[in-house]
Design a protein around this ligand. Sequence first.
Ligand code: NAD
Ligand code: ZN
Length: 353
Amino acid sequence: MYTVHLKTSTPYDILIGPGLIAQSGNLIGKVFSPCKAAVITDSNVHPLYAPTVMHSLSNAGFQPVEYVFPAGEQSKTLSTLSDILEFLAEHQLTRSDIVVALGGGVTGDMAGFAAAVYARGISFVQIPTTLLAAVDSSVGGKTAVDLKAGKNLAGAFHQPSLVLTDTDVIKALSDQLLSEGAGEVIKYGVLRDPELFSLMCEKDWKEHLAEIILRCVEIKKDVVSCDEYDNGIRKLLNLGHTFGHAIEKCSDFTVPHGFGVAIGMAIASGAAGKKDVCNRIIQANTNCGLPSSFDCEPSILAAAALTDKKRSGETIDLIFPEKIGSCYIKKTPVDQLPFLFETGLNTIKEILA
Ligand SMILES: NC(=O)c1ccc[n+]([C@@H]2O[C@H](COP(=O)([O-])OP(=O)(O)OC[C@H]3O[C@@H](n4cnc5c(N)ncnc54)[C@H](O)[C@@H]3O)[C@@H](O)[C@H]2O)c1
Ligand SMILES: [Zn+2]
């Protein structure tokens, strides 16, 4: 088992290894004394892993209760959040009790936000069950729900007290869910790690999931411990995201997040005039079962990108690759967005032709 220690305002461990779900009660028991534990999970993950977690928590002396919401990004709303908060209140959780987020990024973001605001903030544990959640959303304390105007527009910074990543769960994921997570893994490679990037261009990348998760979590740890509240270098982690979120939105969220990020990174490198980097990102995307293009008018995509949180007034902080392993933040006038989408998508078309 690997242990990564993250020193944020409230420090915590990220444990990565096999069989952790079955040991979750004991592992959580090392951080918290027995208390009520509200396990929040979605309708897909519930039958797979909730019984094991509930059982393990009970055996370790906790009083677990569970809340299940319909799986999918369309549930990541204020309305589901409100139902979760009412559930916590009905079960009379207090500040000495905990929330356990068992699921992918949707569950982690929403259960984390519920923990951030319930009773002005209670502790929570992340048990990520997708590759995307393991390498990205479970670490760093960004919690949120979506608003009609855009993704993650209501949220809070609230660090978990423990992250348990069971690598057996990640290894059992479908090809589709592994591909979605690979979008974020390739992002870490483009930002900081040419070796990790090269691994994602190898046919056997799925044989190395534990090391891939460890490497991504270490990069995220480095970035988040320097800039917990996203005022500086943490913005780099948004590589591909402004372009990608616009694609997710314009597809009515039929394009999943990891796919949006993959296409968004190709657009960012094309828009930056880095055709060689764009070409390599497309190769990595293709190897990992990810798309690199999206058919939509640049002006429509640009309009969708305007609600992005990286916008401040008439400018937006965009992330562009310099080369594989190094990226930079550029304050960009929002009126350049249509041109950037167009240039990026045209570069991709030329490469794919
Ligand atoms: N907080 C952050 O820093 C951060 C970072 C990246 C992404 N995100 C957010 O994460 C979300 C995307 O995460 P996601 O892709 O994990 O979405 P998700 O939670 O919706 O999971 C994707 C699908 O996989 C299913 N699933 C989850 N675990 C499974 C398992 N073990 N076996 C079978 N099916 C399983 C889910 O039910 C869902 O249908 C987005 O909302 C995005 O905004 C947040
Ligand atoms: Zn992301």
